[in-house]
Each structure stands twice: as C-alpha cells, then as structure tokens.
Design a protein around this ligand. Structure first.
Ligand code: GUN
Ligand code: ZN
Length: 379
C-alpha cells in the first residue's frame, strides 16, 4: 500500500511531502515528493504520523471512568475492584476489552501496555481478541495477594502466561506493593526472568502519599518504596513504573541507575488529586519517561489529550511558584506519544516513520493550513 502526505518523521521540523510503501505491516520504502504510482491513502494535504502508543492503561476499567471524589486506595476499593470482579465472566471481559480496543483505535492509539485482571480465562480471551485487531499490545494478568476482595487475589497465578507471540506480548504485572506480599513480588521477578532478556514488568510506584505511607508500614525494613521493588529484582530496563509522584532523590537515582521507565500519567494524577509529577526531577536524573492514559484514573483515552495534560501540569507548576520548570513543547509531547513511548515499551521498530519500522501510521486530514504551529494545532 502507498500512503501519501506530509511526513512527520521529526515533529521538531516542518514536514515535507513524501510517501511510504507499506507491505506486510512494515514500512518497506519511503520517498520525497509525490509517489510514482497513485496512493491508496492520503494526498499532498494529508499529514502522516506514526500511530499513538499508550504506555499505561487498564482495559477492565473502561466503563469505570469518572467516579470522582476519592483518594487512590478508597477509589480502588469502592470503584475499581468491583469493576474488575466482573471479568470473572469471560463474556464481560471480551465485551469490555473490545470496547477499549475500539475507543483506542478511534483515538489513533495503535499500541499499548495494559493491566488486565487476575482472571486467567479473561486474559486468554482478551489476547485472542487483540490478535484480530491492528494493535500492538503488551498485556499482563494482575498479580496481587492482599488488600483486595478474595475473588481478585490471583488464584490463577500458576497459569500465568509469559510467552511472546508476535504483536501481542505478555508482561508480568504485580499491581503495586500495597497489594503484594514478599512471596508474590518474588514470584513476579522469577516469572519475568523465565523469558530471554527478561519479560516486561509493569507496576505502579508512589502514586499517592497515602499509598507511600502504607508501603512504609508494610515493608518497614526497606529504605523506600522503589527499594522494595529493587530488592526483589523488579527494577530493570524492561520495567514500567506508573506515576512516580512521591519519590525521594535516592529513589530517582536508583530508578535512573536501573534504567527503568517511569510512565507519567498526568490526567490520572489530576483526577485522583494524587500530586503533580516532577518532570524536572526526571530530566535531571536522566530517568527514561513514557506517557500513559491510566484509564480509568485518567478520564481521557486519546493520547494527544494526555500529552496536553503533561504540558498543562508543567505550566501549572511554573505558574504556582516552582522555579526553572521545563515546559515540554508540543513537538516534544508528540514525540513522547509516538517514538518515545515505543522506545519505553522496548519496541524501537515502532512509533517512527522509517524503512523497516512498523507500518502503524495515521493519515490525518487537518482542517487548517500547515504552519509552524502544526503540532500544537494537532494536539
Ligand atoms: N495502583 C494500584 N492499582 C491501580 C489502578 O488500578 N489504578 C491506578 N491509577 N493506580 C493503581
Ligand atoms: Zn494504573
């Protein structure tokens, strides 16, 4: 297939007219100007961008968006665990994951890293549905063994799958330290090690102040929250840590040393009033960053909206007295939801327009003229 338009190969530069040839799901050829043969998609006015990637989403929470007024742990107990319990019924899991996939596709999200529930049958069903769609997916059964309803305490863990199969990859997802005993953290680490190169580990870290206090009570011998994961070998270059709002300097340093990825979820942090992410600290410590919708704590599935929320959060910090705040530019934000998130999820053949990269691209038809504000207008 030939795709024609203004190619957003680098959001920091004005895009040039060009074309892509896509075959077998890959970009096999690229050229400048109009294509030699008629394009199947696009025109000289279209904008071609890599599809968006969401580095942190909970598929079983797709119908739980908007339940406001609670702190993280109360919200988990009252809203989220009841919603996730419904996935015991495989039909519900199939239906709700299909809804989530449809909404992502409609919003231009073509790749994601997701939490499911602890139900094995739901996991199998969701993976089956994902295989039928044009999506790159990293999905993990939730691992947890305390502080949740008994129905959600990971009774299917012995069957947790950890195989890689094409576009749908399994990850190891201990929920967060509050809901995980020493045993289950150890099991998560050993599961992750069974894959060559290590499986992707996906968890939450230091989202709310109350959560951090609970972790201190539950793991009194550890220096800090990140240290709990590190002691179990869970901080690796393949680890995704959602949030990272309440971190000490030592924790930033440790995360940087382990080359783990913090997934910033700005819409979720505002919704649950968990705190304002310190983008400067992440940059100063050289911590790898990705961006996530964190549905349902984050109310918006569209990654451009999440990218805007990141910019807004930095502007708020700057306007309310924080000094030397780096406010990301629109093109930095666009890079994060495409190439940056692909790199964070270990898929450096995605999120970019290059020969050999995945052919997961979007063809946008803007209603405005292209000028130097293109990316800001798109966001
Ligand atoms: N921490 C542990 N579980 C969750 C979850 O489902 N959502 C969010 N936002 N934080 C969590
Ligand atoms: Zn989350």
């Amino acid at each position: 297939m030939i795709v024609h338009g203004l190619l957003l190969t680098d959001p920091a530069r004005q895009p040039d007219e060009g074309w892509l040839a896509i075959d077998g799901g890959r970009i096999v050829e690229m050229g400048h100007g109009a294509p030699r043969e008629k394009a199947q998609l696009g025109s000289a006015r279209s904008i071609i961008t890599p599809g968006f990637i969401d580095a942190h989403i909970h598929l079983p929470q797709i119908n739980a968006i908007g339940c406001d007024g609670m702190e993280l742990m109360e919200w988990l107990d009252r809203v989220i665990y009841p919603a996730e319990m419904r996935w015991k019924d495989e039909a519900v899991a199939i239906q709700e994951s299909a809804t989530a996939y449809q909404r992502m596709l409609r919003a231009g999200t073509l790749g994601f890293a997701a939490f499911l529930t602890s139900h094995f049958h739901a996991y199998v069903a969701v993976v089956r549905v994902a295989h039928q769609l044009p999506l790159r997916a990293i999905v993990g059964q939730v691992m947890k063994d305390r502080h949740a309803p008994p129905e959600l305490l990971g009774h299917d863990l012995n069957r947790l799958a950890s195989s890689e199969r094409g576009r749908v990859i399994s990850s190891v997802n201990p929920r967060y330290a509050v809901a995980c005993s020493e045993d289950i953290l150890r099991l998560a680490a050993s599961r992750a090690r069974t894959l060559e190169g290590g499986a992707i580990i996906h968890t939450h870290l230091a989202e709310s102040a109350l959560e951090v206090r609970r972790v201190r009570e539950l793991f009194p011998d550890d220096e800090h929250y990140a240290g709990v994961y590190d002691r179990h070998g869970l901080l690796t270059p393949r680890t995704l840590l959602a949030h990272g709002i309440h971190l000490s300097r030592d924790e930033w340093q440790l995360i940087a040393t382990r080359q783990a990825v913090i997934v910033h979820c700005p819409t979720a942090n505002t919704f649950l009033r968990s705190g304002v992410f310190d983008l400067n600290a992440a940059r100063e410590h050289g911590v790898r960053l990705a961006l996530g919708s964190d549905i349902a704590a984050g109310p918006d599935i569209a990654m451009p909206r999440v990218a805007r929320a990141m910019i807004e959060a930095s502007k708020m910090r700057a306007m309310t007295g924080a000094r030397h705040v780096h406010v990301p530019t629109p093109d930095e934000a666009w890079s994060m939801i495409t190439r940056g998130n692909a790199d964070g999820l270990g898929g450096n053949d995605a999120g970019r327009l290059e020969v050999g990269a995945s052919g997961d691209v979007l063809v946008l038809e803007p209603a405005f003229d292209v000028d130097e504000h293109l990316i800001g207008r798109l966001l």
